[in-house]
Design a protein around this ligand. Structure first.
Ligand code: SF4
Length: 361
């Protein structure tokens, strides 16, 4: 049996003001982190069907460090091996290096091609650097290139979003993630009144989302999940595993995992991670129940949720269809883009979850 492997790289050059992911601007323990990651991975008696380096900023690891971690893993032939990268940390030489180390899918956190928006988001890269990073990745031999965009960010307008979308589809990217900005408590953004004043309102952001879905479809990027769009054959296999409720290992500070029916979260201190022979982790809950599976499958807009999976859902499905929020096709219930905007409410309406602890638009 093989499973996915998620590796959390907990380092960033500096914290973006909207971010609540676990990461630190102190990179002094990077080499020890790499050794600990390799040590933990070698202790897993399993092979990996996908590998995903997320963060944090995985592109702060050198090609050699990626190679050291990957050489500890039993990876099946042809596996998708993804790394997230910050465009401000990746030139052509570096990208060629990590491609040679085994990374075959790269995901750039671009967020916007508008300089004012990038500055407000505290990104370390410019629009030109983002453009250059994608071109360099392509030249370095990456065929599978993803880019993240954010919707509803400070100073964003429909016009500036259109410009970002036009730029992104003019580049050799095969996959696009478009996430709505969520203001997380305890982040600097949540306390910055100047920036909060300049965030588009909910209606405007919803319009931006619908325009994004349409624009990307017209340009060859089919929506396959609430926030994810891909050219034919370029869906992210690792992330599809999450939405199909498949099991995966999590390695690194704050990483989540799902193994042998149990969901767990790894301890989130870098120093402890480097010192412990095997990383500590905390049990969260039993996973893989029918409601959880249904909730995750509903996020997959190409196929959707089998109608026979949840008893008594037919009538509710008809109501959703009559309101234009879902479609019924070949025994599956699929959210429309309008339905994606209210996916949490639909999950509650369908009685799939009593409360929303995971997922959402
Ligand atoms: S680069 Fe990514 S992980 Fe790091 S602080 Fe910014 S948003 Fe968070």
């Amino acid at each position: 049996m093989s499973r996915g492997l998620y590796i959390h790289v907990p380092f960033c050059i500096r914290k973006c003001p909207y971010c609540d992911f676990f990461s630190s601007a102190d990179c002094s323990l990077k080499e020890e982190y790499v050794k600990a990651a390799a040590r933990n991975i070698s202790a897993i008696n399993d092979s990996f069907s996908t590998v995903y380096f997320g963060g944090g900023t995985p592109s702060l690891l050198s090609p050699e460090q990626f190679g050291n971690i990957l050489s500890a893993a039993d990876i099946i032939d042809g596996a998708e091996i993804s790394a997230e990268a910050n465009p401000g940390t990746a030139d052509k030489k570096y990208l060629s290096g990590i491609r040679a180390a085994g990374i075959n899918r790269i995901s750039f956190g671009i967020q916007s091609f508008d300089e004012t928006e990038l500055k407000a988001l505290g990104r370390i890269h410019s629009a030109a650097e983002a453009w250059e990073a994608v071109i360099s990745a392509h030249k370095a031999g990456f065929e599978n290139i993803s880019a993240d965009l954010m919707l509803g960010t400070p100073f964003q307008t429909k016009k500036s979003l259109k410009k970002s979308l036009e730029t992104i589809v003019s580049l050799p990217v095969t996959h696009i993630s478009a996430y709505m900005l969520k203001i997380e408590n305890n982040t600097p953004l949540a306390k910055n009144k100047d920036l909060l004043r300049n965030i588009p309102d909910d209606d405007e952001t919803a319009d931006m989302y619908l325009e994004t879905v349409n624009f990307l479809a017209e340009n060859g990027f089919e929506q396959y999940e609430i926030s994810n769009f891909a050219q034919n054959g370029y869906e992210c296999i690792h992330n599809l595993g999450y939405w199909r409720c498949e099991e995966y290992y999590g390695i690194g500070p704050s990483a989540n995992g799902f193994v042998d029916g149990e969901r767990f979260r790894c301890d989130d201190t870098v120093r402890e991670f480097t010192l412990q022979p095997i990383q500590g982790r905390t049990f969260i809950e039993r996973g893989g129940g029918i409601n959880e599976k249904a909730m995750l499958l509903l996020r997959l807009t190409k196929k959707g949720l089998p109608l026979d999976m949840i008893g008594g859902i037919e009538c509710k499905a008809d109501i959703l269809v009559s309101k234009g929020l879902a479609k019924k096709e070949n025994g599956f219930l699929k959210l429309t883009p309008e339905g994606c905007l209210v996916s949490n409410e639909i999950i509650l309406f369908c009685g799939i979850m009593d409360n929303i602890s995971k997922g959402g638009a």
